[in-house]
Design a protein around this ligand. Structure first.
Ligand SMILES: Cc1cc2nc3c(=O)[nH]c(=O)nc-3n(C[C@H](O)[C@H](O)[C@H](O)COP(=O)(O)OP(=O)(O)OC[C@H]3O[C@@H](n4cnc5c(N)ncnc54)[C@H](O)[C@@H]3O)c2cc1C
Length: 201
């Protein structure tokens, strides 16, 4: 197994040669979900469990539903993700525009979350969520190992970065070297023009 160790600064390979069975847990998004095989059958064993009220240590007093709209980035097919290079909360409105036009959602790196530009439940990476969308567009994200751990299994990765040597460029299927504030508006313009030309046809 491979897992983060020493505060996430290294990825350790763990070997368990001596004992079986072994059990590990993985976070959602780490593996792609296979299609259901309805031919398979399991054996259901029913146990009658005698639990008395005094055995239950947890008591639900009240359920308070969050008023905030919950977004699950692990479910998204298209993610437009921003990092420190986005520079501000306002900068994320540009990414939102791109995400909206593509039918995707916005996410971010930990640097963006720590700066308060985007909510924590949208953080991608080792201490955020693991995603594997069809398209991941990383804008102004350097590609630290902790970020890559959460997105490198995406089907198609586009990276937009001023620095051609940023590690994200090495994992990207399409690496665009440039200022995201010039590249993203151009992308939006091109996608709009393409959509309009399709409507005309
Ligand atoms: C235990 C631990 C857990 C962590 N967990 C996570 C995690 O879950 N997720 C996560 O993301 N990080 C995590 N980190 C932090 C991680 O190490 C990095 O610090 C973080 O990912 C950096 O975020 P960033 O790429 O947005 O910022 P930076 O590394 O600062 O990169 C910013 C990038 O933007 C580019 N840029 C700047 N301006 C522009 C522009 N105008 N146009 C285009 N490009 C531009 C720069 O060239 C640079 O490459 C963790 C760290 C530790 C130690």
């Amino acid at each position: 197994m491979t897992r983060p160790a020493f505060g996430g600064n290294i990825m350790a390979t763990i070997e368990c040669p001596n004992h079986r069975p072994q059990m590990s847990t993985v976070r959602p998004g780490v593996f792609s979900v296979p299609c259901a095989d309805y031919e398979r059958e399991g054996i259901v064993e029913r146990f009658n469990v005698d639990i008395k009220e005094e055995d239950i240590k947890v008591k639900i007093e009240e359920i308070v539903k969050s008023m905030k709209e919950k977004i699950d980035i692990t479910e998204a097919d298209i993610i437009v993700s921003g990092g420190r290079g986005v520079g501000s909360r306002e900068g994320f409105t540009l990414l939102k525009e791109l995400a909206d036009i593509l039918g995707g959602i916005v996410a971010g790196s930990r640097a963006a979350v720590d700066s308060g530009w985007i909510e924590k439940d949208r953080q991608v990476g080792q201490t955020g969520k693991t995603v594997r969308p069809k398209l991941y567009i990383a804008c102004g994200i350097s590609g630290a190992i902790q970020h890559l751990a959460g997105m490198q299994e995406s089907e198609y990765i586009v990276a937009i970065n001023k620095d051609s040597d940023a590690p994200i460029m090495a994992v990207a299927d399409l690496a665009i070297v440039g200022d995201l504030f010039k590249v993203v508006p151009e992308l939006i313009k091109e996608i709009r023009a393409y959509r309009q030309s399709c409507e005309v046809m």
